[in-house]
Design a protein around this ligand. Structure first.
Ligand SMILES: *Cc1c(COP(=O)(O)O)cnc(C)c1O
Length: 348
Protein backbone atom coordinates (compact mmCIF):
# COMPACT_ATOMS: atom_id res chain seq x y z
CA UNK A 1 0.00 0.00 0.00
CA UNK A 2 1.13 3.55 -0.71
CA UNK A 3 1.32 5.82 2.32
CA UNK A 4 -1.91 7.54 3.25
CA UNK A 5 -0.28 10.88 2.51
CA UNK A 6 0.51 9.70 -1.05
CA UNK A 7 -3.12 8.63 -1.48
CA UNK A 8 -4.68 11.80 -0.07
CA UNK A 9 -5.17 15.00 -2.08
CA UNK A 10 -2.52 17.50 -0.87
CA UNK A 11 -5.09 20.22 -0.07
CA UNK A 12 -7.02 17.74 2.10
CA UNK A 13 -3.88 16.40 3.79
CA UNK A 14 -2.90 19.98 4.72
CA UNK A 15 -6.43 21.12 5.60
CA UNK A 16 -7.02 22.70 8.97
CA UNK A 17 -10.63 21.72 9.73
CA UNK A 18 -13.31 24.16 10.85
CA UNK A 19 -13.38 24.16 14.62
CA UNK A 20 -16.96 24.31 15.86
CA UNK A 21 -18.00 25.51 19.32
CA UNK A 22 -19.12 22.00 20.26
CA UNK A 23 -15.83 20.48 19.14
CA UNK A 24 -13.74 22.96 21.18
CA UNK A 25 -15.65 22.35 24.41
CA UNK A 26 -16.22 18.60 24.89
CA UNK A 27 -16.95 18.37 28.63
CA UNK A 28 -20.33 17.63 30.15
CA UNK A 29 -19.93 19.37 33.52
CA UNK A 30 -20.76 22.91 32.35
CA UNK A 31 -24.33 24.16 32.84
CA UNK A 32 -24.17 27.53 31.10
CA UNK A 33 -23.54 27.37 27.35
CA UNK A 34 -22.88 30.81 25.87
CA UNK A 35 -20.42 29.65 23.20
CA UNK A 36 -22.41 28.71 20.11
CA UNK A 37 -24.89 31.58 19.59
CA UNK A 38 -27.78 29.20 20.18
CA UNK A 39 -31.20 30.28 21.40
CA UNK A 40 -31.45 29.51 25.16
CA UNK A 41 -35.18 28.69 24.91
CA UNK A 42 -35.47 24.96 24.36
CA UNK A 43 -38.32 23.85 22.07
CA UNK A 44 -36.53 21.21 22.44
CA UNK A 45 -33.87 21.24 19.68
CA UNK A 46 -32.03 24.46 20.52
CA UNK A 47 -28.53 23.00 20.98
CA UNK A 48 -26.09 21.84 18.31
CA UNK A 49 -25.59 18.06 18.37
CA UNK A 50 -22.31 16.30 19.16
CA UNK A 51 -20.26 16.82 15.95
CA UNK A 52 -18.45 13.48 16.46
CA UNK A 53 -21.55 11.49 17.57
CA UNK A 54 -19.58 9.66 20.30
CA UNK A 55 -22.61 8.19 22.08
CA UNK A 56 -23.87 6.59 18.84
CA UNK A 57 -20.39 5.42 17.87
CA UNK A 58 -19.86 3.77 21.26
CA UNK A 59 -23.18 1.93 20.95
CA UNK A 60 -22.31 0.80 17.39
CA UNK A 61 -18.85 -0.18 18.61
CA UNK A 62 -20.36 -2.64 21.12
CA UNK A 63 -22.45 -4.39 18.48
CA UNK A 64 -19.90 -4.35 15.67
CA UNK A 65 -16.84 -5.06 17.88
CA UNK A 66 -14.94 -2.17 16.30
CA UNK A 67 -13.43 0.67 18.37
CA UNK A 68 -15.24 4.05 18.02
CA UNK A 69 -12.08 5.62 16.54
CA UNK A 70 -12.50 3.30 13.54
CA UNK A 71 -16.04 4.54 12.82
CA UNK A 72 -17.24 7.41 10.62
CA UNK A 73 -20.95 8.28 10.50
CA UNK A 74 -22.44 9.97 7.44
CA UNK A 75 -25.75 11.29 6.12
CA UNK A 76 -26.39 7.86 4.61
CA UNK A 77 -23.63 5.81 2.99
CA UNK A 78 -24.06 8.31 0.20
CA UNK A 79 -22.13 10.92 2.20
CA UNK A 80 -19.27 8.47 2.81
CA UNK A 81 -19.16 7.60 -0.90
CA UNK A 82 -18.89 11.28 -1.84
CA UNK A 83 -16.28 12.01 0.85
CA UNK A 84 -13.86 9.27 -0.25
CA UNK A 85 -13.78 10.90 -3.70
CA UNK A 86 -13.25 14.35 -2.22
CA UNK A 87 -10.54 13.12 0.14
CA UNK A 88 -8.50 10.93 -2.19
CA UNK A 89 -9.23 11.72 -5.86
CA UNK A 90 -7.82 14.80 -7.60
CA UNK A 91 -10.50 15.92 -10.11
CA UNK A 92 -9.46 15.56 -13.75
CA UNK A 93 -6.39 13.51 -12.81
CA UNK A 94 -7.11 10.51 -10.59
CA UNK A 95 -9.41 7.58 -11.37
CA UNK A 96 -11.26 4.77 -9.61
CA UNK A 97 -12.03 1.19 -10.66
CA UNK A 98 -15.31 -0.59 -9.94
CA UNK A 99 -17.15 -3.78 -10.80
CA UNK A 100 -20.04 -3.58 -13.28
CA UNK A 101 -22.96 -3.83 -12.68
CA UNK A 102 -23.07 -2.39 -9.18
CA UNK A 103 -24.64 0.36 -7.04
CA UNK A 104 -25.17 3.49 -9.16
CA UNK A 105 -23.98 6.06 -6.60
CA UNK A 106 -20.29 5.19 -7.07
CA UNK A 107 -20.45 6.42 -10.66
CA UNK A 108 -22.69 9.43 -9.89
CA UNK A 109 -20.22 10.67 -7.25
CA UNK A 110 -17.31 10.05 -9.64
CA UNK A 111 -19.07 12.19 -12.26
CA UNK A 112 -19.92 14.95 -9.74
CA UNK A 113 -16.28 15.08 -8.65
CA UNK A 114 -14.91 14.83 -12.22
CA UNK A 115 -13.05 11.60 -11.45
CA UNK A 116 -12.71 8.97 -14.21
CA UNK A 117 -14.74 5.84 -13.40
CA UNK A 118 -13.39 2.59 -14.90
CA UNK A 119 -15.85 -0.29 -15.02
CA UNK A 120 -14.84 -3.94 -15.19
CA UNK A 121 -17.60 -6.33 -16.20
CA UNK A 122 -18.45 -9.19 -13.81
CA UNK A 123 -18.52 -12.73 -15.22
CA UNK A 124 -21.74 -14.65 -15.96
CA UNK A 125 -21.92 -15.77 -12.29
CA UNK A 126 -21.68 -12.08 -11.28
CA UNK A 127 -18.19 -12.70 -9.82
CA UNK A 128 -15.06 -10.58 -10.31
CA UNK A 129 -11.37 -11.32 -10.77
CA UNK A 130 -8.85 -9.36 -8.69
CA UNK A 131 -6.35 -9.58 -11.56
CA UNK A 132 -8.76 -8.00 -14.04
CA UNK A 133 -9.50 -5.10 -11.68
CA UNK A 134 -5.75 -4.61 -11.13
CA UNK A 135 -5.20 -4.62 -14.92
CA UNK A 136 -7.70 -1.77 -15.21
CA UNK A 137 -5.87 0.20 -12.49
CA UNK A 138 -2.80 2.41 -12.94
CA UNK A 139 -0.65 4.89 -10.96
CA UNK A 140 -3.61 7.31 -10.81
CA UNK A 141 -6.10 4.78 -9.41
CA UNK A 142 -6.86 5.75 -5.82
CA UNK A 143 -9.91 3.63 -5.03
CA UNK A 144 -11.46 0.32 -6.03
CA UNK A 145 -15.18 -0.10 -5.28
CA UNK A 146 -16.62 -3.51 -4.39
CA UNK A 147 -20.12 -4.23 -3.13
CA UNK A 148 -20.83 -7.52 -1.35
CA UNK A 149 -23.58 -8.70 -1.44
CA UNK A 150 -23.69 -6.78 -4.70
CA UNK A 151 -26.57 -4.58 -5.80
CA UNK A 152 -28.40 -5.33 -8.13
CA UNK A 153 -27.12 -8.90 -8.58
CA UNK A 154 -27.73 -9.95 -4.95
CA UNK A 155 -24.73 -12.27 -4.56
CA UNK A 156 -21.73 -12.21 -2.23
CA UNK A 157 -18.46 -11.52 -4.01
CA UNK A 158 -15.78 -14.22 -3.78
CA UNK A 159 -13.92 -13.65 -0.48
CA UNK A 160 -10.59 -15.04 -1.71
CA UNK A 161 -10.60 -12.51 -4.59
CA UNK A 162 -11.43 -9.63 -2.21
CA UNK A 163 -8.49 -10.63 0.01
CA UNK A 164 -6.22 -10.91 -3.03
CA UNK A 165 -7.18 -7.39 -4.09
CA UNK A 166 -6.66 -5.99 -0.58
CA UNK A 167 -3.17 -7.49 -0.52
CA UNK A 168 -2.12 -6.56 -4.06
CA UNK A 169 -3.62 -3.09 -4.61
CA UNK A 170 -1.57 -0.06 -3.57
CA UNK A 171 -4.63 2.18 -3.14
CA UNK A 172 -7.78 1.91 -1.00
CA UNK A 173 -10.38 -0.84 -1.40
CA UNK A 174 -13.96 0.01 -0.47
CA UNK A 175 -16.24 -2.92 0.32
CA UNK A 176 -19.87 -1.82 0.57
CA UNK A 177 -21.60 -4.23 2.97
CA UNK A 178 -25.05 -2.58 2.92
CA UNK A 179 -26.65 -6.06 2.71
CA UNK A 180 -24.18 -8.10 4.78
CA UNK A 181 -26.77 -8.69 7.55
CA UNK A 182 -28.70 -10.92 5.15
CA UNK A 183 -25.66 -12.95 4.10
CA UNK A 184 -24.03 -16.03 5.65
CA UNK A 185 -20.62 -14.54 4.81
CA UNK A 186 -18.98 -12.89 7.84
CA UNK A 187 -18.38 -9.14 7.59
CA UNK A 188 -14.88 -7.92 6.70
CA UNK A 189 -14.99 -5.76 9.84
CA UNK A 190 -13.17 -8.51 11.73
CA UNK A 191 -10.20 -8.04 9.36
CA UNK A 192 -10.00 -4.24 9.58
CA UNK A 193 -6.68 -4.34 11.48
CA UNK A 194 -5.16 -6.71 8.92
CA UNK A 195 -5.75 -4.42 5.93
CA UNK A 196 -4.85 -0.72 6.41
CA UNK A 197 -6.25 0.01 2.91
CA UNK A 198 -9.74 -1.40 3.64
CA UNK A 199 -12.83 0.78 4.04
CA UNK A 200 -16.09 -1.04 4.88
CA UNK A 201 -19.44 0.71 4.35
CA UNK A 202 -22.58 -0.34 6.20
CA UNK A 203 -25.90 1.46 6.67
CA UNK A 204 -28.99 1.86 8.86
CA UNK A 205 -31.13 1.92 5.69
CA UNK A 206 -31.65 -1.82 5.09
CA UNK A 207 -31.56 -4.43 7.90
CA UNK A 208 -31.93 -1.71 10.56
CA UNK A 209 -35.12 -0.45 8.94
CA UNK A 210 -34.10 3.22 9.18
CA UNK A 211 -33.77 4.48 5.62
CA UNK A 212 -35.59 7.68 6.64
CA UNK A 213 -33.10 8.79 9.29
CA UNK A 214 -30.17 8.82 6.80
CA UNK A 215 -27.34 7.18 8.71
CA UNK A 216 -24.43 5.42 7.05
CA UNK A 217 -21.29 3.96 8.60
CA UNK A 218 -17.73 3.74 7.30
CA UNK A 219 -15.20 1.59 9.14
CA UNK A 220 -11.45 1.96 8.51
CA UNK A 221 -8.08 2.73 10.11
CA UNK A 222 -8.06 5.65 12.58
CA UNK A 223 -6.00 7.61 10.03
CA UNK A 224 -8.58 7.20 7.24
CA UNK A 225 -11.43 7.96 9.66
CA UNK A 226 -9.52 11.07 10.75
CA UNK A 227 -9.38 12.35 7.17
CA UNK A 228 -13.11 11.75 6.51
CA UNK A 229 -14.03 13.40 9.83
CA UNK A 230 -11.88 16.41 9.00
CA UNK A 231 -13.71 17.18 5.73
CA UNK A 232 -17.34 16.37 6.68
CA UNK A 233 -19.84 19.12 7.53
CA UNK A 234 -19.31 19.89 11.24
CA UNK A 235 -22.78 18.71 12.34
CA UNK A 236 -23.48 16.18 9.57
CA UNK A 237 -25.63 13.89 11.74
CA UNK A 238 -28.55 15.78 13.26
CA UNK A 239 -29.75 15.18 16.81
CA UNK A 240 -33.05 13.52 15.83
CA UNK A 241 -31.11 10.97 13.79
CA UNK A 242 -28.65 10.36 16.64
CA UNK A 243 -31.54 9.84 19.09
CA UNK A 244 -33.39 7.46 16.79
CA UNK A 245 -30.19 5.51 16.10
CA UNK A 246 -29.67 5.10 19.89
CA UNK A 247 -33.23 3.81 20.20
CA UNK A 248 -32.66 1.22 17.45
CA UNK A 249 -29.26 0.20 18.82
CA UNK A 250 -30.96 -0.58 22.14
CA UNK A 251 -33.43 -2.83 20.23
CA UNK A 252 -30.73 -4.84 18.51
CA UNK A 253 -32.53 -8.15 19.16
CA UNK A 254 -35.49 -6.83 17.13
CA UNK A 255 -33.31 -6.30 14.07
CA UNK A 256 -31.92 -9.83 14.35
CA UNK A 257 -35.50 -11.16 14.35
CA UNK A 258 -36.42 -9.11 11.26
CA UNK A 259 -33.36 -10.39 9.42
CA UNK A 260 -34.18 -13.99 10.28
CA UNK A 261 -37.77 -13.58 9.08
CA UNK A 262 -36.73 -11.81 5.89
CA UNK A 263 -34.25 -14.57 5.05
CA UNK A 264 -37.01 -17.18 5.42
CA UNK A 265 -39.39 -15.05 3.33
CA UNK A 266 -36.69 -14.62 0.68
CA UNK A 267 -36.37 -18.38 0.20
CA UNK A 268 -40.16 -18.75 0.05
CA UNK A 269 -40.61 -15.89 -2.43
CA UNK A 270 -37.75 -17.02 -4.68
CA UNK A 271 -39.17 -20.54 -4.80
CA UNK A 272 -42.62 -19.27 -5.82
CA UNK A 273 -41.14 -16.74 -8.25
CA UNK A 274 -39.05 -19.38 -10.03
CA UNK A 275 -42.21 -21.44 -10.75
CA UNK A 276 -43.95 -18.60 -12.63
CA UNK A 277 -44.21 -19.11 -16.37
CA UNK A 278 -42.94 -15.55 -16.98
CA UNK A 279 -39.73 -16.36 -15.08
CA UNK A 280 -36.64 -17.35 -17.07
CA UNK A 281 -34.20 -17.49 -14.16
CA UNK A 282 -33.98 -16.47 -10.51
CA UNK A 283 -30.41 -15.62 -9.51
CA UNK A 284 -29.13 -16.73 -6.09
CA UNK A 285 -29.33 -14.07 -3.37
CA UNK A 286 -27.42 -13.24 -0.19
CA UNK A 287 -29.40 -10.01 0.31
CA UNK A 288 -32.97 -8.87 1.09
CA UNK A 289 -33.76 -8.76 -2.64
CA UNK A 290 -33.16 -10.93 -5.65
CA UNK A 291 -32.61 -10.47 -9.35
CA UNK A 292 -34.73 -12.43 -11.79
CA UNK A 293 -34.67 -12.72 -15.57
CA UNK A 294 -38.19 -12.70 -16.99
CA UNK A 295 -39.70 -13.09 -20.43
CA UNK A 296 -40.29 -9.33 -20.90
CA UNK A 297 -39.05 -7.09 -18.08
CA UNK A 298 -40.53 -3.84 -19.43
CA UNK A 299 -44.00 -5.33 -20.04
CA UNK A 300 -44.08 -7.08 -16.66
CA UNK A 301 -42.79 -4.00 -14.84
CA UNK A 302 -45.53 -1.86 -16.43
CA UNK A 303 -48.18 -4.46 -15.70
CA UNK A 304 -47.17 -4.56 -12.03
CA UNK A 305 -47.25 -0.75 -11.79
CA UNK A 306 -50.85 -0.95 -13.02
CA UNK A 307 -51.54 -3.39 -10.19
CA UNK A 308 -50.00 -1.00 -7.66
CA UNK A 309 -46.91 -3.14 -7.16
CA UNK A 310 -43.50 -1.55 -7.75
CA UNK A 311 -40.39 -3.60 -8.40
CA UNK A 312 -37.15 -2.31 -9.93
CA UNK A 313 -36.67 -2.66 -13.67
CA UNK A 314 -32.95 -3.40 -14.24
CA UNK A 315 -33.39 -4.20 -17.96
CA UNK A 316 -30.94 -1.52 -19.15
CA UNK A 317 -28.13 -2.41 -16.68
CA UNK A 318 -25.04 -4.40 -17.84
CA UNK A 319 -25.64 -8.19 -17.74
CA UNK A 320 -29.20 -7.57 -16.50
CA UNK A 321 -31.15 -7.67 -19.77
CA UNK A 322 -34.82 -8.49 -19.05
CA UNK A 323 -34.14 -8.52 -15.31
CA UNK A 324 -36.28 -7.26 -12.46
CA UNK A 325 -34.94 -6.64 -8.96
CA UNK A 326 -37.42 -7.63 -6.30
CA UNK A 327 -37.18 -6.58 -2.64
CA UNK A 328 -38.42 -9.12 -0.09
CA UNK A 329 -41.43 -7.63 1.71
CA UNK A 330 -43.86 -8.99 4.28
CA UNK A 331 -45.54 -12.34 3.59
CA UNK A 332 -48.69 -10.47 2.53
CA UNK A 333 -46.81 -8.17 0.12
CA UNK A 334 -44.87 -11.08 -1.38
CA UNK A 335 -48.09 -13.06 -1.88
CA UNK A 336 -49.69 -10.09 -3.68
CA UNK A 337 -46.75 -9.98 -6.07
CA UNK A 338 -46.96 -13.71 -6.83
CA UNK A 339 -50.76 -13.58 -7.30
CA UNK A 340 -50.45 -10.61 -9.67
CA UNK A 341 -47.81 -12.42 -11.74
CA UNK A 342 -49.94 -15.58 -11.89
CA UNK A 343 -52.75 -13.39 -13.27
CA UNK A 344 -50.33 -11.85 -15.79
CA UNK A 345 -49.40 -15.30 -17.03
CA UNK A 346 -53.07 -16.11 -17.66
CA UNK A 347 -53.47 -12.91 -19.71
CA UNK A 348 -50.57 -13.49 -22.11
C1 LIG B 1 -29.14 0.86 -0.23
C2 LIG B 1 -27.67 0.87 -0.42
C3 LIG B 1 -26.87 1.71 0.38
C4 LIG B 1 -27.47 2.59 1.41
O1 LIG B 1 -27.26 3.92 1.15
P1 LIG B 1 -27.73 4.97 2.26
O2 LIG B 1 -27.24 6.25 1.70
O3 LIG B 1 -27.02 4.58 3.52
O4 LIG B 1 -29.21 4.87 2.40
C5 LIG B 1 -25.50 1.66 0.22
N1 LIG B 1 -24.94 0.83 -0.67
C6 LIG B 1 -25.67 0.02 -1.43
C7 LIG B 1 -25.01 -0.91 -2.38
C8 LIG B 1 -27.05 0.03 -1.34
O5 LIG B 1 -27.79 -0.78 -2.13
Amino acid sequence: MKTLQELTRPNIWNLKPYSSARSEYKGVTASVFLDANENPYNMPNNRYPDPMQWEVKIAISRIKKVAPEHIFLGNGSDEAIDLVYRAFCEPGRDNVVAIDPTYGMYQVCADVNNVAYRKVLLDEDFQFSADRLLEAADEQTKLIFLCSPNNPTGNDLNRAEIVKLLTAFSGLVIVDEAYNDFSEMPSLLADLDKYPNLIVFQTFSKAWGCAAIRLGMAFASTEIIGILSKIKYPYNINLLTQKQAMEMLRKYYEIERWVKTLKTEREELMKKFSKLSCTVKVFPSDANFFLARVTDAVAIYNYLVGEGIIVRNRNSISLCGNCLRVTVGTRMENDKLIEALQQYNKQV
